[in-house]
Write a protein that binds this ligand. Structure first.
Ligand SMILES: Nc1ncnc2c1ncn2[C@@H]1O[C@H](COP(=O)(O)OP(=O)(O)OP(=O)(O)O)[C@@H](O)[C@H]1O
Ligand SMILES: Cc1ncsc1CCO
Length: 510
């Protein structure tokens, strides 16, 4: 397991006590929660004897390995060593970091709890792989007021970490976090410049839940939404290059949208330039809207240049189902390299899908519209079928975003977006800015959701303005609102985010 790729978004800490677990089976609860969106599990059991702890850890490991998420053991390093799980979490009173590292070796994850700036800095210095910051709020089991630091304590620690050069250490907050307070904690702590939380750790919000999978989905949507300001701030800070190889219709609109969201656009269709441009830390948009044989050759060369430089590539297969040329062009593009995001409407994404998928075969002919569960299954299966694990964004009145594991729906937007040409294309440009600026954070899914939420809430705000009387007056108002959302977010005013309609959706395994 590559430690740098661990996703800390929704971090489940188990509790086997009857007061929290009740009479349920812990392994089943964990399995349901992981299916719902938990990205990392910590087995915490202060009471069982060693043999029981080893047995339970083995059962949990069987579940977490099946879903590809890491399992850590709280405190009991010997149990972690015996079962060979991905690492441990240690508190300030538990075995010292150095001793744990000696027993586990360099490749295992060691997380450390920190309740103060000093503890956090010491843990970073020792070499901890991530920090659990808290206790945020008192809980029935943790009333020790000394360690209760609230969201403002979290923010102070994050600020100190970033000033001390530890901005890249992953952090989760822990202690009394649940679906009701998660958004507030994430937004308040993300007011710290440069550094915000990577996730939330929860105990009873999942272990005591009647439906742990639904509770995990709910938390996942909140964590992803709570990270939107991070992405927008990263764009504002980096002003990343958005290199567009796009269609003839949207050149000017796309360049203006790039500027409004905080990126630096260049419309450059000559692929010989791509190797140089790829070195500038931006992202490439490949839009097939006005495909030509020459354009296709340039697209392939540019995709390969960005792949070689490790730069993100957004594919927009415009009109992919409309002609046989486009059908084969999109296949040529897909086989020519890797994509970070593939964005298209239902017909386009369906065209590039592997139509052996039962869900797709049942639902689609040229005129049909898929239900939300079918669209979610389609996005997920297309993401899985692209070997590199591209995030698939399926647009429409409801947008679906899937990274092949987690699938979310976004219900924001305004009908004027469907009455102006090129909104899909300029959304592609927006997404390129987001993935370019957020690439160090390794979460193109979060970047994609941020782009969608910003784009669509800007459209909602523009759509209700008094000076907007139709699609014509909508376009300039939309540019204004995109720009205003960026400015508000940079100022730390994220009230607009309360209007975000993001939900995780359950997708049946095929
Ligand atoms: N009726 C609607 N209500 C709300 N949002 C919408 C509506 N129609 C489209 N959108 C939004 O508009 C954006 C573009 O999606 P759409 O599916 O229209 O793209 P497209 O067909 O590729 O567009 P184009 O070809 O014009 O570039 C998405 O963010 C989508 O959510
Ligand atoms: C109208 C049109 N034709 C080719 S691309 C494009 C822009 C919307 O996708």
């Amino acid at each position: 397991m590559d430690k740098s790729k661990v996703d800390y978004s929704v971090y489940l800490v188990t509790d086997s006590t009857p007061a929290i677990l009740g009479t349920k089976d812990l392994v089943r609860v964990v399995e349901a929660a992981v299916r719902g969106g938990v990205s990392i599990v910590q087995y915490r059991d202060k009471h069982s004897d060693r043999q029981t702890a080893v047995q339970t850890a083995r059962k949990l490991l069987e579940v977490t390995r099946r879903f590809g998420v890491p399992l850590l053991v709280n405190d009991r390093v010997d149990v972690a060593v015996e079962v060979g799980c991905e690492g441990v979490h240690i508190g300030q009173d538990d075995m010292a970091y150095e001793e744990a590292r000696k027993l586990l070796g360099p490749d295992k994850i060691i997380g450390v709890t920190a309740s103060s700036v000093d503890e956090a800095l010491a843990a970073c210095k020792a070499g901890a792989d991530y920090l659990g910051l808290g206790t945020v709020y008192a809980t029935p089991t943790k009333k020790d007021t000394k360690s209760i630091i609230g969201p403002s304590g979290i923010r102070s620690i994050l600020q100190a970490l970033s000033s001390a050069g530890h901005a890249s250490i992953p952090t989760v907050c822990i202690g009394g976090i649940n679906a009701r307070n998660a958004t507030a904690v994430l937004l308040e702590s993300s007011a710290a410049p440069q550094k915000s939380l990577d996730g939330i750790a929860v105990v009873s919000a999942l272990v005591a839940a009647d439906d742990p999978a639904a509770a995990a989905r709910d938390l996942l949507a909140k964590v992803v939404t709570g990270r939107v300001p991070d992405v927008l701030r990263a764009v504002a800070e980096a002003t990343p290059l958005s290199h567009n190889m796009t269609n003839l219709v949207v050149q000017n609109f796309a360049a203006n949208v790039a500027l409004a969201v905080g990126a630096s656009p260049i419309m450059a269709n000559y692929a010989e330039e791509a190797a140089d441009l790829a070195k500038l830390g931006g992202a490439l948009v490949i839009n097939m809207g006005t495909v030509t044989p020459d354009g296709l050759k340039n697209h392939i060369q540019a995709i390969q240049a960005y792949n070689a430089a490790g730069g993100p590539v957004v594919l927009d297969p415009v009109g992919a189902g409309a002609t046989s040329i486009r059908r084969s062009a999109v296949q040529t593009l897909l086989s020519s390299g890797k994509f970070t995001i593939i964005k298209g409407n239902e017909r386009e994404i369906h065209t590039i899908s592997n139509t052996s998928s039962a869900i797709v075969q049942r639902g689609v002919d040229s005129s049909s519209t898929l239900s939300i569960p079918q669209r979610a299954a389609l996005a997920k299966s297309v993401s899985r079928s692209t070997g590199g694990g591209a995030v698939v964004v399926l647009t429409g009145k409801t947008d679906i975003v899937s990274d092949g594991v987690r699938t979310l729906r976004i219900d924001n937007g305004h009908e004027y977006l469907g009455r102006v040409t090129g909104t899909g294309c300029t959304l592609g440009t927006t997404l390129s800015a987001m993935v370019a600026a957020f690439r160090g954070k390794k979460s193109p899914l979060v970047a994609a959701v941020a782009g969608l939420v910003m784009f669509e809430i800007a459209a909602e705000r523009a759509g209700v303005r008094d000076d907007v009387r139709g699609p014509g007056t909508f376009v300039p108002a939309f540019l204004d609102e995109l720009s205003a959302l960026r400015e508000e977010t940079v100022r730390g005013d994220v009230k607009w985010l309360a209007g975000a309609k993001v939900e995780a959706v359950e997708v049946e395994e095929e």
